[in-house]
Each structure stands twice: as structure tokens, then as C-alpha cells.
Design a protein around this ligand. Structure first.
Ligand code: G6P
Length: 609
């Protein structure tokens, strides 16, 4: 959450900071700001409510320059989005940007107020600025003052600090929120995501929990939580980690939906032979660990949680293993019962989601067999802290609503199901059939994308709707959940999902001509049951939108719109049926005129609790 960029260089860094913020805007976009130490030693600050563009307009109107600076794009936690609450926050000579939450800010604020510090914002961040200024007044330099201040803070945060008395220096640290150091030639940078700095360097040091870094023009010094000097590996990143542009598409989300055939191919590459899953894809120790697995606990948030719910059906019915799935924010605060030889799995596009990371750390205190992460971000915290890693190959996902990350996660989870299933009686032929279906998936997704025009047309029927119900049964129920989440995220239509059999126990009361009901209805062993559920809806005047490969089973009428999906094997139906639902939410958002890539109030990478 929130994006941080900082720079110490010999050239004017204003443009570098602003470009960094644009690349980080997916992390939060309700306000933005920049602070630079000007040549005369003054601190120049520009802030604006809204997107980075609003702030750059201010910079254009009143240009600033400096060789040392920090910048921030905000997702509000303490205090509403406003110019006063936007970062950087200052205290005389100090400017600070901050990501995360200082939990004990109230007590610190009172103590600082009693010393005469005046607060102008409602944020917890302002405490950091005054605390560091106060410690400098007591005779500490920027480095020591920041280290001492950090030791006083409780919570999870990443911060970057500059001091006009020390131009060409910058202090930064991470404790619970990601931070990366970018290395240039006689210039150095920090950011909350390497993507922000790819314009200036490809050499990075990923800070570990508790790390503190002090940047100068010549280099940097790094210290661990105990204040001891440490060295961390310098990683040279390749072009595949560079954030791409919209590639001719109107929105990142649409581009990412259409990238799915290619990224699913990439995710499968080297992970399957013609008939088998290669389990080395899960790490060198996977084979040994998988031999012992007797159960699975999955923890994730948002869309990744839905991927976990799909996997539960697969792991129990195909691999014959018990599987629990829970949202991370609940799991982390619950006393859990851990059965012997249970594999703990996290699923995360970003690898930085605070609740998921905290859940993993909690899990490590319990008696799990081992941890596995299914992740899309190399070098992320979850990747670094898990025993086994499966990297999805979705490439950078910029649209806040997750699309290609979800389908690649499903592929990863199906490969895992097969790998574990082998040890629990999954027949070789079944494995070969599943692998064959997975190999055909990119082409099947391409075919499903062909529904784009049909769905665009259908989306107009949602233009005046305020609510929608999504129904599915069996493994298609979590697919319906994901469809509902997509619609609410980007079109702001209130959408709920239900297992279709549950309709009669309450939600049927909501059904009338104003309630669109979306049904995920591939021809499987539950289709007849689903059909009866849909008849209950029709009998109450509901408007049905049925996605099915059995168009004949649901004749189109004034009340029933059938979207004809191609027939596919059951094992890949969840991925294939996800595509038209993603397209539906996209086109409804276009009809509604909402901000598709950066929907209100949301952020892509949620690194606060
Ligand atoms: C945020 C994003 C969602 C995402 C969730 C989990 O809420 O807006 O799209 O599914 O976080 O993120 P993760 O990176 O852990 O998959």
C-alpha cells in the first residue's frame, strides 16, 4: 500500500521521482507528493489530492529541482485523502514518506506535542518527522536519529527520510512493508517496488525485515534490526520484470485479460512433459516434502483466496487430500488446529500482502510440514520466506483487479494437485489426461476470448443495474465468487455470489426483474441441479445470464440470455469460464464509465493490515 521513491544523485531527480510514482500508482492513488532539497538548502514540497497527474500539474505550474528527494503516492489509512494528509510530512529540516501504520502514534504524538511540536495532519506519519527532528535536536545525526526513532515505533512500515542539513544523504528502513534499494553509478535510490526504478537501474538489493539503509552519492551502508552492519546480495534483474505499457489496449486490465493465452503457456512451460507434471517446478526439495504431505492448509486474500477455493475442490476430489482454505486476515488471529504432515500454502500475486505474510509467519510457529507459496513476484517477501516456491509467469499485473494472475494461479494449483495426487492413487492415465487438457488451455482461452463482442453487447443490459447475483455449483462456485468480485471491484455494482443450491435459503427473496443473475453452467455432474435452481429464479421474474456449453438446455428468451461457451474438459472449466466473467466486468465498467485500472478506494498491493 502506498508507494515510496527516494533518490540521492548528482543530477536533478524530480523527473526520476515522478516517473517512479507513476509506475507505483497501482499501489495507491488518492493523493501524491514530492519533497526535494533545493540547491540553496531549502525544502521544496508539492502535494495534491488525486492521482499523480494532479501533483505533476502542480510541479509543472511551480517547478522544483534538487539532487536529493523523496516522493509518495498514498492509499489513506490514518486521515482522509487531503493535501494536508498527503506525504511527504515535514518537521523543520526533515521530510518523511511512509508506507504502513505506526500503531503507537497516539502516545508519541502526545509526547511530541508537549515538547511544542505542532501537528498539521491527521496522519500517523507526521509523528515520524517530528520524532526524528527531535532526536536530531538532541545531538544525533540523521542516521542515528532515524535508527533511534524506528526503535520507538510499533507497527508495520517502510520509511524514507531526508534532512536539509545533510543534502546527498537519505535514511530508509523496512519493518513489515517492502523496500528495495536501487544502485546506480554515483547515485542511489530506494522504492517500495523495483518497478519504480527500472528507468534508472537494473541492480537491486532487496531489504530484509528490520533492515536499515543509509544512502549517499558514493554508496550505501546496510544494518540489520540489531544495528549490525550486514551485506545483502545485489541482484541484476532482466527485462521481463520491466513494467510494460498498455500495448495498444485501452486499459491495462483489458491487455492483461488478453495476455492470458501467452502467460498460461509460459506458466506451463518446463513444468509439464507430454504426460507428466515435473514437480521440480515447486523447488528442489519438493519431491521429499510432497512424499510426506497428508493434508493442505491454504491461506490467501481477495482473488488469490478464490484460487485457493477452487483448489480445495481439486485437492479433495482428485488428490484425495483434506484441504482447508481461509482468508489470511482471519487465519492469522485464530488459534488453529494443525494436523500432522500438513503443507501450508500461501497464494499471492504480489508476494507482499500484509495479512498473507503475517499468516505465513504465524504458521511457521505451528507444526506444519513445510510452507509453499504460489506467487507472481520474484524476490517478494513471501517468496523469500517460504520453503517451496512456485512462480507463476503472469508478468507484471498493473490493473488493480486481478485477472491473469488468477488463471496462472489455478494452473499452478492444478499442477500441485496432480503432483500430490500421484502419491494418493491418482492414475497415470488420469494424470496424462489432465496434463493434455492443461496443454490445450492457452488455445481454449484464446477461443473463450472470442466471446468479447458478444459480452460487450450483453454488458449494456447491466448499465442501469445496482445489484447482481452470481451462481455456480461445485468447483464453479468459487469461479462465480471471482466473477462477482470482479464486477463489484471495477463497476461498483453490488454483486454477491451463492452456491446455486443455497438460493432458496434467502437470496431468492431479492430476485425480481431488476436483479441480473449470472450463472456459471458448464455441462458437468451438477448441471441438472443448477438448471432446477435457475428455474426457481425464472419463476420469480429474474433476468438470467447463463454461461454454458449447453445452450440448448437454456433456450434464450426475453428473460434468459445464454452466452455460448465452448465445451472443455471439467478440469480446465474453471479457467475457461473465468474469461467471459472477466470480460463481462470489464465491459460493464466501460458502460458505467468507472476507472477500470484504478477503481476507487482500492489498491493493488495491500501491504497494511
Ligand atoms: C488486493 C488486490 C486484489 C488481490 C488481493 C490479494 O486487494 O486489489 O486484486 O487479489 O489484494 O493480493 P495478492 O497480491 O496477495 O494476490
Amino acid at each position: 500500500m502506498c508507494g515510496i521513491v527516494g533518490a540521492v544523485a548528482q543530477r536533478n531527480v524530480t523527473g526520476i521521482l515522478i516517473e517512479g510514482l507513476k509506475r507505483l500508482e497501482y499501489r495507491g492513488y488518492d493523493s501524491a507528493g514530492v519533497a526535494l532539497i533545493e540547491q540553496n538548502g531549502d525544502l521544496a514540497v508539492r502535494k495534491a489530492v488525486g492521482k499523480v497527474k494532479a501533483m505533476t500539474d502542480k510541479v509543472d505550474a511551480a517547478p522544483v529541482s534538487g539532487t536529493t528527494g523523496i516522493a509518495h503516492t498514498r492509499w489513506a489509512t490514518h486521515g482522509k485523502p487531503s493535501e494536508l494528509n498527503a506525504h511527504p510530512h515535514t518537521s523543520t529540516h526533515i521530510a518523511v514518506v511512509h508506507n504502513g501504520i505506526i500503531e503507537n502514534h497516539g502516545a508519541l504524538r502526545e509526547a511530541l506535542k508537549s515538547k511544542g511540536y505542532a501537528f498539521v495532519s491527521e496522519t500517523d506519519t507526521e509523528v515520524i518527522a517530528h520524532q526524528i527532528e527531535d532526536l536530531i535536536k538532541q545531538g544525533n545525526n540523521l542516521k542515528v536519529a532515524t535508527q533511534k526513532a524506528v526503535a520507538m515505533f510499533e507497527g508495520a512500515y517502510a520509511i524514507a527520510v531526508i534532512d536539509t542539513r545533510r543534502p546527498n544523504e537519505l535514511a530508509a528502513c523496512r519493518s513489515g512493508s517492502p523496500l528495495v534499494l536501487g544502485l546506480g553509478i554515483e547515485e542511489n535510490f530506494v522504492a517500495s517496488d523495483q518497478m519504480a526504478l527500472r528507468q534508472v537501474t537494473d541492480r537491486f538489493v532487496f531489504l530484509e525485515e528490520g533492515d536499515f539503509v543509509y544512502l549517499t552519492l558514493e554508496g550505501y551502508s546496510l544494518f540489520n534490526e540489531q544495528g549490525e552492519p550486514v551485506e545483502r546480495p545485489v541482484k541484476q534483474l532482466t527485462d521481463e520484470h520491466v513494467v510494460a505499457d498498455k500495448g495498444g489496449y485501452r486499459h491495462f486490465m483489458l491487455k492483461e485479460i488478453f495476455e492470458q493465452p501467452a502467460v498460461l503457456s509460459r506458466t506451463l512451460q518446463g513444468r509439464i512433459s507430454k504426460t507428466r507434471v515435473m514437480e521440480q517446478a515447486f523447488g528442489a526439495d519438493a519431491e521429499k516434502i510432497f512424499d510426506q504431505v497428508k493434508g493442505v492448509q491454504i491461506v490467501a486474500c481477495g482473488t488469490s483466496y478464490h484460487a485457493g477455493l477452487v483448489a480445495k475442490y481439486w485437492l479433495e476430489s482428485i488428490a484425495g487430500l483434506p484441504c482447508n482454505v481461509e482468508v489470511a486476515s482471519e487465519y492469522r488471529y485464530r488459534r488453529v488446529f494443525v494436523s500432522k504432515d500438513t503443507l501450508f500454502i500461501t497464494i499471492s500475486q504480489s508476494g507482499e500482502t500484509a495479512d498473507t505474510l503475517a499468516a505465513l509467519r504465524e504458521a511457521k510457529k505451528s507444526h506444519y510440514l513445510a510452507s509453499l507459496v504460489i506467487c507472481n513476484a520474484p524476490n517478494s517477501s513471501l517468496v523469500r520466506e517460504s520453503d517451496l516456491v512456485f512462480m507463476t509467469q503472469a508478468g507484471p499485473e498493473i490493473g488493480v483487479a486481478s485477472t491473469k494472475a488468477f488463471t496462472t494461479q489455478l494452473v499452478a494449483l492444478q499442477l500441485l494437485t496432480i503432483a500430490l495426487g500421484r502419491r494418493h492413487g491418482l492414475a497415470e492415465q488420469t494424470e496424462a489426461d489432465m496434463v493434455g487438457s492443461l496443454a490445450s488451455l492457452p488455445d481454449q482461452i484464446e477461443t473463450a476470448l472470442g466471446l468479447d463482442d458478444t459480452i460487450k453487447h450483453v454488458s449494456e443490459k447491466f448499465a442501469d443495474k445496482h445489484h447482481a447475483l452470481f451462481l455456480g455449483r461445485g468447483v464453479e462456485y468459487p469461479v462465480a465468487m471471482e466473477g462477482a468480485l470482479k464486477l463489484k471491484e471495477i463497476s461498483y455494482i453490488h454483486a454477491e455470489s451463492y452456491p446455486a443450491g443455497e438460493l432458496k435459503h434467502g437470496p431468492l427473496a431479492l430476485v425480481d426483474a431488476n436483479m441480473p443473475i449470472v450463472a456459471v453452467a458448464p455441462n458437468n455432474d451438477l448441471m441438472e441441479k443448477l438448471k432446477s435452481n435457475l428455474e426457481e429464479v425464472q419463476a420469480r421474474g429474474g433476468k438470467l445470464f447463463v454461461f454454458s456449453d449447453q445452450a440448448d438446455a437454456f433456450p434464450s428468451s426475453e428473460e434468459v440470455t445464454v452466452i455460448d461457451v465452448q465445451s472443455v474438459p471439467d478440469t480446465i472449466a474453471p479457467m475457461v469460464y473465468t474469461i467471459p466473467l472477466q470480460l463481462l466486468s470489464y465491459h460493464v465498467a466501460i458502460v458505467k464509465g468507472t476507472d477500470v485500472d484504478q477503481p476507487r478506494n482500492l489498491a493493488k498491493s495491500v501491504t497494511v493490515e
